[in-house]
Design a binder for this molecule. Structure first.
Ligand SMILES: [Zn+2]
Length: 137
C-alpha cells in the first residue's frame, strides 16, 4: 500500500540516495553525513507503526535492519550504531541507522539531527560510500 505525498512511498531522493532494495525495505544513505555512514531503512509498504506489520513482514524487516547494520559496521567500523525511529515528520516506518564514533558527534549520547549543522558531502563521496556498503550487504 502506498500513500500520496509520502517521501518514502515515492522513494524520494532529495535528502538521501538509495543504496539497495532489500527484502521488504529500501536502504538509503543520507546526503547529510555528519555521522559518516548514516543511513535510513524504510519499509516498502506505507505503514506507520510496527504493530501494523504481520509477523512475517516484521521478521523480514528485522532481517533487513540487521543486514544493513552489519554492512555499516563492517564498512565504517563505528564504536556503536544508533537505531532511531520517530516518524513525527514522515509517518512511514523508517529507522535511522547511525554509526557513532568515539570523539565524534554525540558519542556516548543519543543521535540527533542537527539540521542547522548538516555536513553535506559530494556526490562522488556519497557514491563511494554506497558502493562500499553494497559490497558488504
Ligand atoms: Zn509512505
Amino acid at each position: 500500500m502506498k500513500a500520496d505525498n509520502c517521501r518514502y512511498c515515492s522513494k524520494g531522493t532529495d535528502l538521501a540516495e538509495i543504496v539497495a532494495d532489500l527484502e521488504v525495505s529500501t536502504l538509503y544513505i543520507t546526503k547529510d553525513q555528519t555521522y559518516k555512514g548514516r543511513c535510513i531503512l524504510a519499509l516498502n509498504d506505507h505503514k506507520t507503526e510496527l504493530f501494523q506489520l504481520d509477523p512475517g513482514e516484521l521478521q523480514a524487516f528485522s532481517r533487513d535492519m540487521t543486514r544493513a547494520a552489519k554492512a555499516l559496521y563492517e564498512t565504517f567500523q563505528p564504536g556503536k550504531i544508533n537505531y532511531a525511529a520517530f516518524g513525527d515528520t514522515y509517518p512511514h516506518i523508517h529507522f535511522h541507522l547511525v554509526p557513532k564514533y568515539e570523539g565524534g558527534p554525540e558519542w556516548g549520547s543519543q543521535f540527533n539531527m542537527p539540521l542547522n549543522q548538516a555536513k553535506f558531502v559530494t556526490k562522488a563521496e556519497l557514491e563511494e560510500s554506497i558502493q562500499a556498503i553494497k559490497s558488504r550487504l
